[in-house]
Design a protein around this ligand. Structure first.
Ligand code: NDP
Length: 332
C-alpha cells in the first residue's frame, strides 16, 4: 500500500503539479478544496481536471478549524502539504486583513488539527522568498534574516515560525520550503509572468496591442513549479525535519522576462510593454536570488528547467490557448 497524502490548495498551480508527482510515485492523494469549488467545477478544477478520477477531494475552508479537523479525523495521512493561501502579493496590500487571517490562522488550524489527531503525519509549509523582502545579503539562504515587505510576506513569516514551533515544541516532523518564485503554464493570470506570456499570445493573435507593467527593473529568481514540487516531497522523506531554500540561483529582471517572451513570437517588447506606475507595490523588493546549496546537498535536488525553457513553455501554451479560443469563437 502506498502512502496517503493530503494537499491543501490542490486546485492551485503547485497543488496540481504536486498531486501529479505524488500520483506518479504511487501515493493515494487527497485534496482539501473550498466548498464553492464543487459548485463551479469547470473553472475551479481547471488545473486538476485530468486528475479528478484519481484523487479524493474534501470540502473545507482555511477559515474554519472544525472543517479542517473533520477532514483530518477521517483518514490517516502520512504526509500533509499545506499549500493553500492567499498567494498574490498585490492583493495582500489591497486587503491585508484577509491575507493575514487566512494565511496565518489557516496554517495554525492545520498544524493544531494534526497535533491533536495525527502528530506523526509529516507536514510541509509553503514558505516564500517574500519573507526575505529587503534582504541584508544576496543570495538569500536559510540563515538570512527576514525583512518582509508586504502583508503576504509577513503572513508567511508567521506561518514559518508556527511550523518551526510545532517541530520544536511538540516534536512533530514539520518542514518549511522557502521557495523563490516558480511559474509555469498553470500560473494564475494575475501574476506578472503569466500576465506577460498571456499578453504576448493575445498581441500575437491580434486581440490586444499592449501590456501594462509596474516595475520592469525588479529582479526575481524564477524556476518552474514542476521542479519545485519535487523538492517539497523530498523534504518530507528525510530522516530529520528541516527548512530549505528552493531556488535556481539565477536572477532576471521583469524586463528580461518581457524581452525573451516577446522574442519567442518574433516581436520586440519595447513596442508593446507600457509602464504603469499604479502597478508598483507600495513597498518594492528590488532583488531576490536564492542559494539552494543546502537543498542540493541534502535533498539531492536540482532544477531542470532553464529560464528560457520556462518562458518558451509558457508562451507556447498561452499561444495555443488563445488561438483555440479564437477558433472556438469563430465556429460559434
Ligand atoms: P495558487 O494561488 O495557484 O494556489 C493557492 C491555493 O490556495 C488554491 O488552491 C486556492 O484555492 C487555495 N486557497 C486560497 N484561499 C483559500 C481559502 N480561504 N480556503 C481554502 N483554500 C484556499 O498558489 P501557488 O500554487 O502558486 O502556491 C502554492 C503555495 O506556495 C502558496 O501558499 C503560495 O503562497 C506559496 N508560494 C508560491 C510561490 C510561487 O512562486 N508560486 C513562491 C513561494 C511560495 P482556490 O482555487 O479555491 O482559489
Amino acid at each position: 500500500m502506498g502512502k496517503r497524502a493530503l494537499i491543501t490548495g490542490i486546485t492551485g498551480q503547485d497543488g496540481s503539479y504536486l498531486a501529479e508527482h505524488l500520483l506518479s510515485l504511487g501515493y493515494e492523494v487527497h485534496g482539501l478544496v473550498r466548498r464553492v469549488a464543487f459548485e463551479d467545477p469547470e473553472r475551479r478544477f481547471s488545473r486538476i481536471r485530468h486528475l479528478l478520477d484519481r484523487i479524493t477531494l474534501h470540502p473545507a475552508s482555511l477559515e474554519s478549524y472544525p472543517s479542517i479537523f473533520h477532514v483530518i479525523s477521517r483518514y490517516e495521512f502520512d504526509e500533509c502539504y499545506h499549500l493553500a493561501a492567499q498567494s498574490f502579493v498585490a492583493e495582500s496590500f489591497a486587503d491585508g486583513f484577509s491575507t493575514m487571517s487566512v494565511n496565518i490562522n489557516g496554517t495554525h488550524y492545520v498544524l493544531a488539527a494534526l497535533r491533536e489527531l495525527q502528530p506523526r503525519c509529516r507536514f510541509y509549509f509553503a514558505g516564500s522568498s517574500e519573507m526575505f523582502g529587503n534582504a541584508v545579503e544576496a543570495p538569500q539562504r536559510e540563515t538570512t534574516p527576514f525583512h518582509p515587505r508586504s502583508p503576504y510576506g509577513i503572513s508567511k513569516v508567521a506561518g514559518f515560525h508556527l511550523t518551526r514551533n510545532y517541530r520544536e515544541a511538540y516534536g512533530m516532523f514539520c518542514c518549511s520550503g522557502i521557495a523563490f518564485n516558480h511559474e509555469g503554464p498553470r500560473r494564475g493570470f494575475e501574476f506578472v509572468t503569466r500576465k506577460i506570456t498571456n499578453g504576448v499570445a493575445r498581441i500575437k493573435a491580434g486581440l490586444a496591442c499592449e501590456i501594462r507593467i509596474g516595475n520592469l527593473d525588479a529582479k526575481r529568481d524564477w524556476g518552474h513549479a514542476a521542479d519545485y514540487v519535487r523538492a517539497m516531497h523530498l523534504m518530507l522523506q528525510q530522516p530529520e525535519p528541516d527548512d530549505y531554500v528552493i531556488a535556481t540561483g539565477e536572477t532576471h529582471s521583469v524586463k528580461e522576462f518581457c524581452e525573451h517572451a516577446f522574442a519567442e513570437v518574433g516581436l520586440d517588447y519595447r513596442e508593446y510593454v507600457k509602464l504603469d506606475e499604479r502597478l508598483y507595490r507600495p513597498a518594492e523588493i528590488e532583488l531576490l536570488v536564492g542559494d539552494a546549496s543546502k537543498a542540493r546537498r541534502v535533498l539531492g535536488w536540482e532544477p531542470t528547467y532553464t529560464f528560457k525553457e520556462l518562458i518558451k513553455e509558457m508562451v507556447k501554451t498561452d499561444l495555443e490557448l488563445v488561438l483555440k479560443g479564437v477558433k472556438d469563437n469563430a465556429s460559434m
